[in-house]
Write a protein that binds this ligand. Sequence first.
Ligand code: UVW
Length: 323
Amino acid sequence: MPKIDFNKIPRFSELPIKKGAPADSNWGVFGDDDEAGCVNFLTPEGVVEAARMVRNGKVFRLDTPINYANPPLFEREPVHHTKKSFESYGLLGFDDLLDAYNTQEGSQWDGLGHVGNLRAQAFYNGVKEGEIKTSNKLGIHNWADRFVGRGVLIDAFRYRAQAGRPVNPLNNEVYSLDDLKNALAAQKTELKPGSILLVRTGWMGAYLASSPEDKRKMAPIFSLKACGIDPGRDTVAWMWDNRVAAIGTDCPAVEPWPWDFKDDGALHYRTLSLLGLPLGEQFVLDQLAEDCAADGRWEFMLVSVPLHLRGGIASPPNAVAIK
Ligand code: UVW
């Protein structure tokens, strides 16, 4: 794990620093062989600082129960859970069997092997498709023991409603960068280097309140419409210049869905492949937001323990916010 000197990290306007690297990429900033990306902004000092935010011991689980979405979004496979009995050994007991477990069936961190940049024909730090397929390069295991730090919640959904411009989360509406900045200012909260940013868009609450029939209609990949944050260059520059370590949202794609896979400006490309910035999707943020609004504290310790799956593409966050 490289020691980070935040003062020496280039600004977005100075990227790229590596010859031949794509525009707006940070390839090489954390080392030519780095596989952790912006998670490098989570430091031991940041963990100690985050621990100081724990005051009343309230714990908020940030991921959905497995199989919460019925059917899962984007035509992903549901998980089959069976219990294997030890009866034949004369033992009164069971194991679990999870079959066809798509690690993106619910709340998830998109790992850096999830999406590569079409123009550069490469994943974060120039890793090629063949290396993702045949090796453990950029696997989720790179984050398995270091995804801990200061969490900050922006309740963009509440902000827009209070500003008289409510968002319909079940449509592909956009939260602008100004919405995020203004919501933060309204919450009297600052981004500090090494924060894990959470943005409540209202999608999860709206989805959970939908009828079984509507959920069935939303599941196919090209039927779904969902809100998200502006994927533009300014949004990404703001996150990089504030040394954001990861962004997690309660909507399906962080950016509005559908996004155009051919569009080089998509947030998935700008973040995962160009900056190594983790995207968190379908997080559970409503209860946390309610508590933050009640006590006026929008920062907390965030502990996420992704699967220790070598070469894994993604993972449920296994995350809690502790206040
Ligand atoms: C796609 O964008 C295809 O997947 P996800 O939103 O889960 O990252």
